[in-house]
Design a protein around this ligand. Structure first.
Ligand SMILES: Cc1cc2nc3c(=O)[nH]c(=O)nc-3n(C[C@H](O)[C@H](O)[C@H](O)COP(=O)(O)OP(=O)(O)OC[C@H]3O[C@@H](n4cnc5c(N)ncnc54)[C@H](O)[C@@H]3O)c2cc1C
Length: 430
């Protein structure tokens, strides 16, 4: 069915994930005429598939100001609509003194950026995870970190945006930009042209392809990650935790979302080869957590055209929703390790499994930036596996960039042109 397409808006947002809808909400609250265009449905890709962590702990310190701002926005959102936001606290458990020393190093840098995390040991840690049977050297813990329900949150924020006047058009792929006199003049969708003065691209894993067709180089790759949901269980664990060989957090429905930090797989694709120099340091630094794999995906992506005309169906219509299969052996292993650590999970049964494609940049922090070479074009993408928690603040920052207001958190670290320089500083995160 053809959606009701506006002929003209001030700002068109491409992508209805947490970044697109948060930006729409921020703009609509400022009285801007804004519409979101989504090729599938709101939150159909990463934004409904993530763990739901809203985390400062272990985060790249350049993102901490955004993380702190996001926490206050999450509270405001939860006061308006139930998105399952709760400050449960979050801990990275340390198996050894070496792990604790690494956490301490992070903390030294993070405190200067306002992080409220601290190291906990002994009895204090035992009170946080009373049912753990494993000896821990300690943990990096933040009481102010928390969780929200990914699908409810993204849909909830979309609803708030609409209540403030934003339009959301689903099943409407944006094929590309209409450019006139050297600046953005509109978007070309599968259902026709929409005139606008500004476009925000919040296309998640698709942003590189979209940018490339506009002659803009955005270095971005995809990483495959799997997740499991258990049936409701009284396991006595409220805190969200990373136990090294498993992660888990309690869901609003009483079950747990379970996965593993080191369970990501980077499929080698033609883009991995094109971008190998930019990503080499990231691959080396993440090799403990990230497996490189050559398989079917290489040939699937080889078939996707990198340049395409806007007058015929585009690759965005050919795949409405990226829905890869979950890695079941890895998930079963994570669940077994969780059960071995917390016997209270012994009866946990698996309700659902799924996977998602995480969009990553060479330095594992996002681009939240004006595109200087094309006035009116703005990019909010490459959140590298941690964009859900900071999503509402990133949406505000994008809105600031569009309206020309001074961002509440410094946007300098997130500029697109940082990749034009040869030395890309990589700080491991996630
Ligand atoms: C398994 C997993 C676990 C994660 N865990 C966490 C976590 O615990 N905490 C955290 O903070 N982050 C987490 N993340 C990362 C987080 O989910 C993402 O960073 C965040 O959701 C990115 O949001 P987005 O809006 O940029 O992208 P997406 O949610 O992927 O949305 C992009 C949207 O754009 C649409 N689109 C693309 N191109 C077009 C086009 N041309 N026309 C129309 N529509 C288009 C797509 O269909 C898609 O819906 C996780 C991710 C995964 C996959």
């Amino acid at each position: 069915m053809k959606p009701d397409l506006p002929k003209q808006v001030s700002v068109a947002i491409v992508g209805g994930g947490i970044i697109g809808v948060s930006c729409a909400y921020a703009l609509a609250r400022r009285g801007v005429d804004v519409a979101v265009f989504e090729k599938g449905t709101v939150a159909c890709e990463q934004s409904s598939r993530n763990w739901g962590w809203i985390r400062s702990v272990g985060r790249d310190v350049r993102e901490l100001p955004l993380s702190i701002l996001a926490n206050s926005i999450w509270k405001e959102i939860q006061a308006k609509v139930d998105v399952g936001y709760r400050t449960t606290g979050l801990a990275y458990l340390a198996a050894s003194d070496t792990d604790m020393a690494a956490h301490e190093m992070w903390l030294d840098a993070a405190r200067m950026k306002g992080a409220q995390a601290r190291l906990v040991r002994g009895e204090e840690l035992a009170k946080l995870i009373p049912r753990s049977k494993r000896p821990w050297a300690g943990a990096l813990y933040s009481a102010t970190d928390g969780v929200a329900e990914p699908l409810a949150a993204t849909r909830g924020i979309a609803g708030l945006a609409m209540a403030n006047g934003a339009r959301i058009v689903e099943h409407c792929a944006v094929r590309g930009l209409d450019v006139a006199a050297g600046r953005v003049a509109g978007i070309v969708t599968e259902h026709g042209l929409v005139r606008c003065s500004d476009v925000v691209l919040a296309g998640g894993a698709w942003s590189r392809l979209f940018c490339g067709n506009c002659e803009i180089d955005f270095p971005q790759l995809k990483v495959h990650a799997s997740v499991m949901q258990t049936a409701p269980i009284d396991a006595g664990l409220e805190l969200a935790i990373n136990g090294g060989d498993f992660t888990c957090r309690k869901r609003s429905d009483g079950g747990y979302t379970v996965s593993k930090l080191g369970a990501s797989v980077a499929d080698l694709t033609p883009d991995s080869i094109r971008l190998s120099t930019k990503f080499m340091r990231a691959w080396l630094s993440e090799r403990k957590y990230l497996k490189l794999r050559l398989g079917r995906r290489f040939f699937e992506e080889l078939k996707v055209p990198r340049r395409f005309g806007l007058d015929r169906p585009s690759p965005f219509e050919a795949c409405r929703t990226l829905d890869p299969a979950a890695n079941l052996p890895m998930l079963n292993d994570a669940l077994e390790r969780l059960k071995a650590t917390f016997p209270s999970f012994a009866g946990a049964s698996i309700l659902r499994t799924w996977a998602g494609m995480i969009d990553v940049t060479p330095d594992a922090i996002p681009v939240i930036s004006n595109v200087k070479t094309l006035p009116g074009f703005h990019l909010g993408s490459g959140f590298s596996g941690h964009g859900f928690g900071i999503g509402p603040a990133a949406g505000e920052m994008l809105a600031d960039l569009v309206t020309g207001e001074r961002p509440r958190a410094d946007s300098g670290d997130f500029a697109l042109d940082r990749f034009s320089s040869r030395d890309v500083g990589f700080l491991a995160s996630r």
